[in-house]
Write a protein that binds this ligand. Structure first.
Ligand SMILES: [Zn+2]
Length: 834
């Protein structure tokens, strides 16, 4: 698809090159069909100006292109001409219009003199213009621009113990309203401090960082009317020392700054072709402007912020890089987006309001600021597409500014309710600790978002949460984990200060054994997902970690031929035994047909395989088709009832277009609602995949491979081989107290038994609602004892070998499982010999 896109783009470029009229315009297609959306949005080379599903699709075209396309779509009409946009830029009678870079900078300097205790001007970087001018390249002497950030806060010169907000304008040059709105927000905060109680409270309690003009070089091309359609920055892509801005935004130079961020950089609705309007740059964060913003956003604890664009009248929230990727914070992201959207009247109908949507609903985009900021900092990162034109008339600027000021105030007011905040300190020294704040049901969501942490300077943490009860764990290596149940107040901040008890470091010895109790040599262990904290077991299956910081850790242990073990545990004792299971509960190497699978008939066996003679492919004999949403799933669910760890492994070979075609691996507990385990795109030779199934322990699980393709691209597709599900129930041998000194023990006497066995369960604490069940080796439930509360010490059960229906069970091994309120506590084995 990449190749195809490039060829299509090349043809398109030629038509631009030979276009007789340099004058461009925005044309509208009303009620676009999905085929038109696919044609113009998903295919490289078109300059899509705006889009609203079911309503309109706007394109930037030359007169000649407009005439050509009108033959196909007679209803096409012009909404914005180049002359209109040019005249909109100009200041009108009594209207200030749009600021140039110089006007903006002069105003910022004046304001700093006027509000010396409230505002601080920081140069955070430059554009390429300043870099090239410095190198003495003549074409860039008038492009000596800096990227400015303005800090607005009470006691602005102090680094105070406060959260921060950001507002960023103009990633895209032809969207100058963004700079106006950022300047408007800043002016509002400065002029209203001390008189408007909301503004006063926000500036007393937080830092507001405003970057009004991220793309100053591109802005100059637009404001000077040199190239009014310019979108990108001015990176000299072809290294000719000439500024190639072309007849429209589609110039050889420049990078689309909002495709240049590193999170999920470089595959969906971004281009690797330098002339494309969505050119993503040679690598992530290749641009001085995005580097400057990245460094600012990493330097503070940003709670939330907005990146402004034109146009469309949307408030968009993460994620946006693929269809269906839902953030762990979705509930509150949506609530705040809807609140802000409700405050923003539309440009042409003041009775209508902006729409709150998840970013991928507009169209998926990779490498955006929004996704990177949310994933990397945890901030509630919004994108607002303002107005209905790139450059609305100067008369509309003050109206748009007033509306957006209201939206920005609502965003910042979010810190006054439904927030958990406080300080985390060392219980003995009182010093600040950088600890992770882990909220159950939020942070255990499968889609990634950086963990929320307290800062090391103040120990302060901030967490925007839904109102109601939450279980929160405060985790830091070297400290005992603190678990608290917190009720989040819907109307005011919920403050919770935490003191954590330090634990002395020790040398941790980890023994890795298999399920037959033999040592496993050469297993890889990774601590806390830190690639630098990886270890390999020796011939005795041993790893020693010197100076280990006790506390809660994530441990991954893997070795080919075994299920990957994923643990999140409090480790407080210096020796630990882990069991790697080679127990495969289900597998398919695709050597004997597809009877275990339910697939559309396009799927089938292929001789392109990883092992043996066959693999599973979405399209064995041909390229895949367009517009697919095609799933191949296992015919019967797997039973994970008895297990404490489960891992899906397979080998995969892919040849998928990088424009959004992807393979999702999904699991479901009810064969109805599916959870994404992982997704893959691009071209890759056979590689190994491992997916955690721990969310599905304790019940049935269905698995499927889902291929999603768009209208363009006819690549080979995917091959899957050697699918295995590993599972184990004995993560820790029941008699090993190392991991959890409070672990319950199950002892049976006599074992083997003939007539009656005594099952003794020992616990150091009372445990409510305990359920003891007995299963046979096929996983069938034979008997459940009545729920009871375990008391401290030994608790006794007796089994006479009879199941629920009163039948005598035959000789053999039986599995015991103890749980409380659905949570597994302990397992054991019992042998009957008649
Ligand atoms: Zn934009």
């Amino acid at each position: 698809m990449k190749t195809l896109g490039t060829i299509l783009f090349f043809l398109f470029s030629l038509s631009v090159l030979f276009s007789s009229s340099p004058e461009l315009m925005v044309v509208r297609l009303e009620n676009p069909h999905s085929s038109e959306i696919d044609r113009f949005i998903k295919q490289a080379g078109w300059d899509v100006a705006g889009f609203r599903a079911g309503k309109y699709l706007d394109l930037v075209l030359s007169q000649e292109q407009f005439e050509m396309l009108s033959l196909e779509y007679p209803s096409l009409y012009v909404t914005q001409t180049e002359n209109e946009l040019r005249s909109n830029i100009l200041p009108g009678k009594d209207l200030a219009g749009y600021r140039s870079y110089q006007q903006m900078l002069a105003e910022l300097q004046q304001l700093q003199d006027l509000y010396p205790t409230l505002m601080e001007l920081h140069q955070i970087g430059t554009g390429w213009g300043a870099i090239y001018a410095e190198q003495g390249i003549a074409a860039y002497q008038n492009f000596n621009h800096a990227v400015w950030a303005i800090k607005v806060s009470a006691n602005v010169h102090l680094n105070e113990d406060e959260p921060a907000f950001y507002f960023v304008g103009e990633h895209h040059a032809r969207e100058p309203l963004c700079t106006e709105v950022c300047m408007g927000i800043m002016n509002h905060l400065l002029s209203e401090y001390g008189s408007d109680p909301q503004v006063t409270q926000i500036l007393d309690g937080s830092e507001v960082w405003i970057v009004p003009l991220l793309n100053p070089d591109g802005h100059k091309l637009v404001i000077d009317e040199t190239s009014i359609w310019h979108r990108k920055n001015i990176r000299d892509n072809n290294n000719n020392h000439i500024l190639d801005y072309g007849s429209q935004g589609m110039s050889d130079d420049g990078v689309d700054l909002n495709r240049n961020y590193s999170y999920q950089w470089g595959y969906v609705y971004a281009s690797d072709f330098i002339g494309d309007i969505m050119y993503q740059g040679p690598h992530a964060f290749s641009e001085p402007e995005t580097q400057a913003l990245r460094d600012l956003l990493l330097s503070k604890r940003f709670l939330a912020g907005i990146s402004y664009h034109t146009y469309g009248e949307y408030v968009m929230y993460p994620y946006g890089y693929l269809y269906g990727i839902i953030s762990p914070d979705r509930q509150e992201l949506v609530a705040l987006a809807s609140e802000i959207a409700g405050l923003l009247p539309c440009q042409y109908n003041e009775n209508h309001r902006y729409e709150a949507i998840q970013s991928f609903e507009l169209y998926p985009v990779s490498g955006s600021m929004e996704d990177w900021t949310h994933a990397t900092t945890g901030a509630f990162a919004y994108t607002i597409e303002m107005a209905r034109q790139f450059i609305p008339p100067a008369s509309y600027v003050p109206i748009a500014v007033q509306h957006q000021v209201n939206g920005a105030m609502a965003l910042m007011n979010r810190m006054n309710r439904k927030i958990l905040r406080g300080h985390i300190t060392d219980a003995t020294t009182g010093e600040a600790i950088a600890a992770t704040v882990f909220v159950e049901q939020v942070d255990d969501h499968p889609v990634y978002r950086a963990p929320i942490k307290s800062d090391s300077l103040w120990g302060a943490y901030y967490y925007l949460l839904p109102a109601g009860l939450h279980t929160v764990r405060f985790i830091c290596p070297g400290y005992a984990t603190v678990t608290q149940t917190v009720s989040i107040d819907p109307n005011s901040p919920t403050i919770l200060d935490i003191q954590m008890l330090p634990l002395a470091p020790f040398d941790l010895e980890i023994m890795v054994r298999d399920n037959y109790n033999n040592p496993v040599a050469g297993a890889q262990l990774c601590l806390d997902n830190d690639s630098e904290a990886t270890y390999t077991t020796d011939d005795q299956g041993l790893i020693t970690i010197t100076g280990f910081l006790p506390g809660e850790h994530q441990i991954h242990v893997s070795k080919p031929g075994y299920g990957t073990l994923r643990l999140k545990r409090e480790i407080t004792i210096p020796s630990l035994t882990l069991t790697l299971s080679s127990h495969v509960i289900w597998g398919d190497r695709f050597e004997y047909g597809l009877s275990d699978w339910t697939c559309p008939n396009t799927w089938g066996l292929s001789s392109v395989c990883h092992t043996g003679n066959w693999s599973l492919s979405d399209s064995p004999d041909a390229n895949y088709q367009n517009n697919l949403n095609s799933s191949c799933q296992i015919a019967n669910p797997l039973d994970l009832q008895l297990f404490e760890n489960a891992d899906l492994q397979f080998w995969l070979k892919t040849d998928l277009s990088l424009d959004g075609d992807h393979l999702s691996v999904e699991a479901s507990a009810d064969n109805n609602s599916w959870q994404l385990l992982d997704c893959y795109t691009g071209s890759n030779d056979w590689f190994f995949c491992s997916c955690d199934l721990s969310d599905f322990l304790g019940g049935p699980v269905w698995l499927r491979f889902r291929l999603y393709t768009n209208r363009y691209g006819n690549s080979d597709g995917i091959y899957i081989d050697d699918v295995m599900v590993y599972a184990s129930s004995n993560i820790v041998p029941a008699d090993d107290p190392a991991l959890s000194p409070d672990r319950l023990t199950i002892r049976c006497h006599p074992n083997p038994f003939s007539k009656q066995a005594e099952i003794k369960i020992g616990t150091k604490h009372p445990v409510p609602d305990c359920e003891l069940s007995i299963y046979n080796l096929r996983g069938q439930l034979l008997l459940t004892f009545d729920n009871k509360c375990l008391t401290k010490g030994d608790n006794h059960y007796y089994w006479d070998g009879v199941d629920l229906r009163g039948n005598q069970c035959s000789s053999g091994v039986y599995l015991l499982r103890l749980s409380s309120r659905g949570k597994p506590l302990a397992t054991g084995k019992l042998l009957r010999v008649k």
